[in-house]
Write a protein that binds this ligand. Structure first.
Ligand SMILES: C[S@@+](CC[C@H](N)C(=O)[O-])C[C@H]1O[C@@H](n2cnc3c(N)ncnc32)[C@H](O)[C@@H]1O
Ligand code: SF4
Length: 457
């Protein structure tokens, strides 16, 4: 992949990542508890096939300076015990609002660092889930792990609990890079850890970040080459999101000449070329999977989907119900974000209320925009006919909704980023790199916005 420098300069502007539409900084506080309960109740009737559960564990042992996640650095066992107790109450509260005929198809543990918890806490939550919900057979049970805390015994116990996918946050194999971001290496060498996990039929994702201090094309190529030799099922190369106005610790990285946009592109190009030449297929822009992976099969069939937890297929993922602080439920018609404050979270659950701090209720027009953006971001393709079938609206009406975009589409086409006709839009190989900018063209909220987002690249 070769990215044009001219386009890079033009398009490296503040743009949402579109992990949701509308983006999370549009969520607001103007709602009532009743409206939240109604939204959850309504979700039982809208695409009710699957229940996806997201469990947020905010705790980490040590702060990585690049971290953009919602974390609490704590070694306070009492606080953690109390959090686990509250989570169990929240599971029971959620269960009481969901149709008992619905089944769980996915449980995703994220954070923070879920595997920083004692394994007994994970057992206790999983057993509460198994007791309260019915699961489909072969449900995906996944956890984001910091490899530093993983032991063979911990992995064995996760397997006993039916975990079948582990994401390991490697970030980089280079020691100088890791030291600069204040991140500990894995105690068990990653190649051995991955081999062990895979030998137990548990799929492995490895996470990397480009744009960190001391990364050069040479060092990052070495890191990705090493990753390819380890042969994970999936691999992600995240672009480092630098948002020091929100995440103060990221300011500590500014003393190192952080790679600029041009250098970041070179890091990405090197990783992309190496991975795609080594049998990995690109999913969206920055995810890579083996050819036999269900994500690649979904991409080929133009049915790939996406939520806050990453790319997914509609078979495994349904509406997402978040448990724990700061989690965001992604329902068909609403986003509900829980408070980030552990004390407030505990109080609200003890009162028998959902601990929602911010919400967003989507209009039909916003659902259509969400679908357009999702299709472009996931499948690099849009069919007006499919969209018209999905929303039961004539194509002309949909076209009318997006007529403002026509001039921009012409520009994208002249720049080689898309091809299009009256029925379809195709993102080209070079267009993939500017996918957030192309998506933003369809976002009415991006016209004259004053909101701050990280740069597109
Ligand atoms: C929230 S972490 C969870 C797992 C665990 N705490 C860890 O660090 O390995 C999930 C992933 O988010 C990515 N991440 C965190 N902060 C980021 C940032 N500022 N920009 C890009 N990716 C980031 C990292 O690759 C990390 O592995
Ligand atoms: S990157 Fe992971 S381990 Fe590091 S602070 Fe963030 S959530 Fe915690």
């Amino acid at each position: 992949m070769k990215v044009s420098k001219k386009l890079l300069e033009k398009y490296n502007v503040a743009t949402p990542r579109y992990t949701s539409y509308p983006p999370a900084n549009y969520f607001h506080e103007e709602f009532t508890n009743k409206k939240v309960e109604e939204a959850i109740s309504l979700s039982n009737n809208e695409h009710p096939e699957n229940i996806s559960l997201y469990i947020h564990i905010p705790f980490c042992n040590k702060l990585c300076f690049y971290c953009g996640c919602n974390t609490v650095i704590s070694r306070n066992g009492k606080m953690i015990d109390s959090y686990i107790g509250t989570l169990k109450k929240e599971i029971v509260l959620l269960k009481s609002k969901l149709d008992p005929n619905r089944k769980v198809s996915q449980v995703h543990w994220g954070g923070g660092t879920p595997n920083y918890l004692p394994i007994e806490d994970i057992e206790s939550i999983m057993n509460t889930l198994y007791k309260n919900f019915n699961f489909i057979s072969g449900a995906e049970i996944a956890m984001e792990c910091h490899p530093w805390h993983l032991t063979y015994d911990y992995v064995d116990r996760l397997i006993e609990l039916k975990f079948n996918r582990l994401s390991l946050g490697v970030q980089d194999f280079n020691v100088k890079v890791m030291d600069s971001i204040n991140r500990n290496q894995s105690i068990i060498p990653i190649p051995e850890l991955v081999e062990y996990v895979k030998a137990n039929n548990v799929a492995v994702n490895l996470d990397f970040i480009y744009g960190l201090p001391f990364q050069t094309v040479e060092t990052f190529t070495e890191t990705i080459q090493k990753a390819i030799e380890i042969s994970p099922n999936r691999l992600v190369t995240f672009s480092y999101a630098h948002v020091p106005w929100i995440k103060k610790a990221q300011q500590k990285l500014e003393k190192y000449n952080l790679p600029d946009a041009d250098q970041k592109v070179k890091l990405f190009e090197a990783a992309y070329d190496l991975l795609t030449k080594s049998g990995y297929k690109a999913i969206g822009l920055d995810h890579f999977a083996k050819e036999s992976d269900e994500l690649y099969i979904a991409l080929k069939g133009k049915t790939l989907h996406r939520n806050f937890q990453g790319y997914c297929t509609r078979e495994t993922t349904g509406q997402v119900y978040a448990l724990g602080v700061s989690g965001i439920s992604q329902l068909e018609s609403a986003y509900l974000q829980s408070t980030k404050n552990v004390v407030e979270y505990t109080q609200r659950i003890n009162e028998g209320k959902f601990p929602i701090e911010k919400a967003y209720f989507l209009s039909l027009e916003e659902k259509i925009t969400r679908e357009i953006i999702n299709e472009l971001m996931c499948n690099l393709y849009l069919s007006w006919k499919s969209l018209s079938n999905r929303f039961n609206k004539p194509i002309e009406e949909l076209n009318n909704l997006t007529k403002e975009q026509n001039q921009q589409l012409k520009t994208f086409e002249s720049e080689g980023l898309i091809t299009y006709n009256k029925d379809e839009i195709f993102i080209t190989e070079s267009g993939k790199f500017f996918i957030r900018n192309i998506a933003a063209a369809f976002d009415p909220k991006m016209q004259n916005t004053t909101r701050n987002f990280s740069k597109a690249l």
